[in-house]
Design a protein around this ligand. Structure first.
Ligand SMILES: C[S@@+](CC[C@H](N)C(=O)[O-])C[C@H]1O[C@@H](n2cnc3c(N)ncnc32)[C@H](O)[C@@H]1O
Length: 280
């Protein structure tokens, strides 16, 4: 059952094997250059400046939200607070180098906003739809998007497989830690335009996943997966991404988005609200 966003936040993280969040005073931070404990650690400042530019303060505010609210509300593990910047912010922002300017994107299984919110901060030219089925997470995402003033982001509470035909096909679908490559391709490729791409942030399992699932990806209308490394020369630990191009449209006609006829809404009513005349 979904929680009401007005209720007191749950105190324990979702995975019960994780310890309960400690108080902010117990969090371990690497040295900061400007004195705020939520700033990037000194060794990541050059990368953070390159990736976020003038929007670095927004990224820092997002880091603060993840490390405070995000932990208290069980959206991110308490141990993640000490690696918010390397494992989450710069790691996700590095993927922006694979995305063309002004692209439309959808982040499937966005969770607390990774990588979608990070990409929206780093790249205000993108439009970003955050797709997430769990109400508690979409509540957090909506608050963050409003508080950070991210006007290039839309939060959509939906399962990826139910979004086909409801969301206009996008140039790029991103996903991190959501599903294995075969299931991910089944969910994500139908959300991309033909010629659009799935960028799956995969880490060390990338090569094994490609070997295990390339046939399934081809059957789902995807290209041969290519492994990309993002943030080379910038990050101590570059981000590994599996890229799949949507080669073919295998979406059943019944699930495709139906373009509106000029002057008519989908209900069959004209924009003025009257029913079309027979034979008109
Ligand atoms: C392990 S979390 C990863 C969250 C985030 N991407 C990250 O890297 O921190 C997986 C997320 O996928 C979401 N998810 C699971 N099944 C999904 C589906 N069918 N469609 C969209 N999201 C889904 C979950 O609700 C959850 O938020």
């Amino acid at each position: 059952m979904y929680r009401c966003r007005n209720r007191a936040p749950r105190r324990r993280p979702e995975r019960s094997r994780l310890p309960a969040p400690s108080s902010p005073a117990d969090w371990i931070w690497r040295p900061s250059v400007t004195g705020s404990s939520f700033d990037p650690p000194a060794d990541l400042v050059p990368a953070a400046r390159t990736l976020f530019g003038a929007r670095l303060p927004l990224a820092t505010e997002y880091a603060r939200r993840l490390a405070t609210d995000g932990v208290v509300r069980g959206l991110i593990g308490p141990r993640e607070t000490e690696r918010i910047w390397d494992r989450h912010l710069v790691n996700c922002a590095a993927v922006a180098e694979l995305i063309a300017s002004e692209a439309s994107t959808a982040d499937v299984g966005s969770g607390a906003g990774l990588p979608g919110v990070v990409l929206a901060i780093a790249r205000p030219d993108l439009s970003v739809a955050l797709l997430e089925p769990l109400a508690r997470r979409t509540a957090f995402l909506s608050e963050v998007v409003a508080d950070l003033g991210l006007d290039n982001v839309e939060v959509v509470r939906v399962r990826a497989e139910d979004a086909v035909g409801k969301l206009a096909p996008v140039d790029v679908v991103t996903a991190r830690a959501v599903a294995a490559l075969d299931r991910l391709s089944a969910w994500c490729l139908p959300l991309a335009k033909v010629g659009g791409r799935l960028l799956a942030l995969k880490g060390a399992t990338a090569a094994d996943e490609v070997a295990a699932h390339r046939d399934a990806v081809a059957r789902l209308g995807g290209s041969e997966p290519v492994i990309r490394s993002c943030g080379q020369g910038l990050l101590p630990d570059p981000t590994t991404v599996v890229e799949v191009v949507r080669d073919r449209d295998l979406t059943p006609a019944s699930k495709r988005e139906r373009p509106e006829r000029p002057g008519r809404s989908r209900s069959g009513r004209s924009r003025s609200g009257s029913r079309p005349r027979r034979g008109a």
